[in-house]
Design a binder for this molecule. Structure first.
Ligand SMILES: Cc1cc2nc3c(=O)[nH]c(=O)nc-3n(C[C@H](O)[C@H](O)[C@H](O)COP(=O)(O)OP(=O)(O)OC[C@H]3O[C@@H](n4cnc5c(N)ncnc54)[C@H](O)[C@@H]3O)c2cc1C
Ligand SMILES: *[C@@H]1O[C@H](CO)[C@@H](O)[C@H](O)[C@H]1NC(C)=O
Ligand SMILES: *[C@@H]1O[C@H](CO)[C@@H](O)[C@H](O)[C@H]1NC(C)=O
Ligand SMILES: *[C@@H]1O[C@H](CO)[C@@H](O)[C@H](O)[C@H]1NC(C)=O
Ligand SMILES: *[C@@H]1O[C@H](CO)[C@@H](O)[C@H](O)[C@H]1NC(C)=O
Length: 525
């Protein structure tokens, strides 16, 4: 067999074995400029890709993503480089973009096709039944949507040595019952799913694009959406304006949605979606005035109810011996889901690593706000989360530190690490309080800014304007599950199916109208 044929067959096999044919991707805005699509999905992130794949089953979809492709990027794909993308973050082009909230806490957001699912810990865990009920979602469709995602990008991890030590540590510290491998959100200690497969390769949400009708999807990479465009009366969205992501030019381009029923759907994440709404004139009149942005809809809720789960991370191995990097594989869920504990091995630089056991407060009371810092869509908006501002959150933090100390001092953990000389045990409210204040950090599960019931309605449609929706983590009032990614992926699928069904019903109604013409005489019996 000649080499090219051989390679062709191999690559065909690889594609088939993953069931994947990827959509057309381009980084040239001129190719897209002036074109129309049934749907424009803004942000090819966690929710965006699962939504676009689903809509493509019946309609043409344009996905506009400010970052590049995740394929072939070792920082994205390889588990043995887990965490490096955060070390390599820069302002305008890295796959992880760093931002510092006004609280002074360092944080990250994805900037690549696949979004934050391309830089995160990959831990996969569904929302609780209570969460689904409270959201008013159709339980069966939620199940089907989770399963659709799981059959494509979720794997059962093989526990590493350290992760199995940690899960015994959790049990020793009293996080019962033991639930084994489970994707459900239930009290106790469990092994969760992972988007890393057993060969250590990450499967981001971008892989989902291969599971719709890829030939109906166009992906525009390295293009940043500046704003949504509306019709003359500002009653409905008709398209978007975008520019190249690199700073070389401020030239902008437009793409449109199909006149009859097309929609723009924002899936730019908890920072991106409120930012784009504000840049499109949807937000509080007063704030828009500060930046001379003409008001499309005076919608006070945009950028409000921003929230991040306060977290504490206890370093358990400071001088580590060049361990293999490890994303989290096990979680401890406290009574009433109050705290979530996990552990990971992260790089501190090229040769050293740190092992920490971390916990987050699952339902923080403190809320913050996102505001524009400039009208440049390539810059981070400014956000404040007000970590531990509410007394209740501070009380919870004290309790959380005690739990963490129990795990860190469990026999299994100390024996394994050989760390007999632990740091002094923290005790007493004042000591714990100042520890919390000084050490509070993020678990990267920030959410809100376009919350359901405030900015979008139950169908995720933006209030006050037609043909515009938001479908991503910005719509959550609370972060679901132990970790939100599973539910964000599910939400893209779920809302996609809802939209397809809505269109189907509209079509039936229209067909009926056409079959029974108004005003024509009824046939006599
Ligand atoms: C470091 C880290 C670790 C995490 N670990 C886990 C974990 O282990 N498990 C878990 O469940 N969750 C984890 N999370 C949280 C989870 O990844 C996010 O909550 C989730 O991915 C958010 O999805 P999203 O669709 O709302 O936004 P994103 O996935 O961030 O998608 C938004 C997309 O929109 C694009 N975009 C933004 N603005 C524009 C614009 N103007 N024009 C064009 N494109 C734009 C972005 O580039 C991005 O691709 C982690 C997050 C981080 C940052
Ligand atoms: C797209 O952006 C990525 C990340 O900044 C970069 O590596 C890549 O070269 C860009 N591609 C094009 C065609 O501009
Ligand atoms: C838009 O405005 C024009 C003129 O102001 C008016 O004639 C037209 O009916 C309006 N269209 C809608 C959909 O409101
Ligand atoms: C850690 O391991 C890597 C590769 O396995 C090696 O290149 C590096 O030198 C090691 N660092 C230390 C401090 O041992
Ligand atoms: C906001 O903009 C100012 C100047 O334009 C800059 O110095 C500051 O760092 C920005 N803040 C954020 C949060 O990006």
């Amino acid at each position: 067999m000649s080499p090219p044929v051989f390679i062709f067959i191999i690559s065909m096999f690889i594609n088939l074995s993953h069931g994947m044919q990827m959509p057309y991707m381009t980084s040239d805005p001129k190719e897209i400029s002036g074109k129309s699509f049934d749907y424009i999905v803004v942000g090819g992130g966690t929710a965006g890709c699962s939504l676009a794949a689903t809509l493509s089953e019946k309609f043409s979809v344009l996905v506009i993503e400010r970052g590049g492709s995740p394929y072939g990027d070792p920082l994205v794909e390889q588990r043995n480089l887990f965490g490096y993308s955060l070390l390599k973050a820069d302002e305008y082009s890295s796959v992880a973009q760093s931002f510092t909230s006004r609280d002074g806490i360092e944080n990250y957001r994805g900037r690549v096709l696949g979004g934050s699912s391309a830089i995160n810990g990959g831990f996969y865990s569904r929302a609780s039944e209570e969460f689904v009920k409270k959201a008013g979602w159709d339980k069966d469709l939620v199940q089907d949507s989770y399963k659709w995602v799981e059959s494509k990008v979720v794997f059962m991890p093989e526990l590493t040595q350290w992760q199995s030590v940690v899960h015994f540590g959790f049990l020793e510290a009293g996080f019962y019952p033991y639930n084994g491998y489970s994707l459900e959100h239930t009290q106790g200690t469990k092994i969760g799913g992972s988007i890393y497969d057993t060969c250590g390769k990450r499967h981001t949400s971008a892989d989902l694009l291969g599971f719709g009708k890829p030939n109906r999807i166009t992906v525009l990479l390295n293009a940043t959406v500046r704003n949504v465009i509306f019709d003359g009366n500002k009653t409905r969205a008709v398209g978007v304006r975008f520019m190249k992501s690199d700073e070389s030019s401020s030239k902008s381009y437009k793409a449109h949605v199909e006149k009859h029923r097309g929609e723009v759907i924002l899936t730019a994440g908890a920072l991106g979606s409120p930012q784009i709404l504000l840049l499109s004139g949807i937000g509080s009149k007063k704030h828009l005035k500060d930046f001379d942005i003409p008001v499309t809809v005076n919608l006070r809720g945009v950028g409000r109810r921003m929230s991040d789960n306060p977290a504490i991370s206890l370093l358990v191995d400071r001088f580590s011996q060049n361990r293999t990097l490890e994303p989290p594989q096990v979680a401890a869920i406290a009574e009433d889901y109050k705290f979530i504990l996990e552990s990971e091995v992260l790089p501190t630089d090229i040769t050293t690593t740190r092992i920490s056991i971390a916990a987050k407060i699952a339902f923080p009371k403190s809320k913050g706000r996102l505001r524009l810092n400039s009208t440049n869509p390539r810059e981070n908006p400014s956000v404040r989360f007000n970590y531990l501002e509410s007394e209740e959150d501070m009380e919870a933090c004290l309790e959380m530190v005690l739990h963490l100390q129990h795990v860190a001092r469990s026999e299994t953990v100390t024996l394994f690490l050989g760390t007999q000389s632990q740091e002094k045990l923290l005790g007493g409210d004042e000591e714990l309080k100042s520890f919390c204040k000084e050490n509070v950090r993020t678990y990267y599960h920030y959410h809100g800014g376009c919350v359901v019931g405030s900015v979008v309605d139950e169908d995720y449609k933006v209030s006050g304007v037609k043909r515009l929706r938001v479908v991503d983590g910005s719509t959550f009032e609370e972060s679901p599950g132990t970790n939100p990614m599973a539910t964000v992926l599910m939400l893209g699928r779920y809302q996609g199916i809802k939209i397809l069904r809505e269109r189907e019903t509209e079509k039936e109604e229209e067909d009926e109208r056409l079959l029974t013409p108004q005003g024509s005489p009824q046939p006599q019996p």
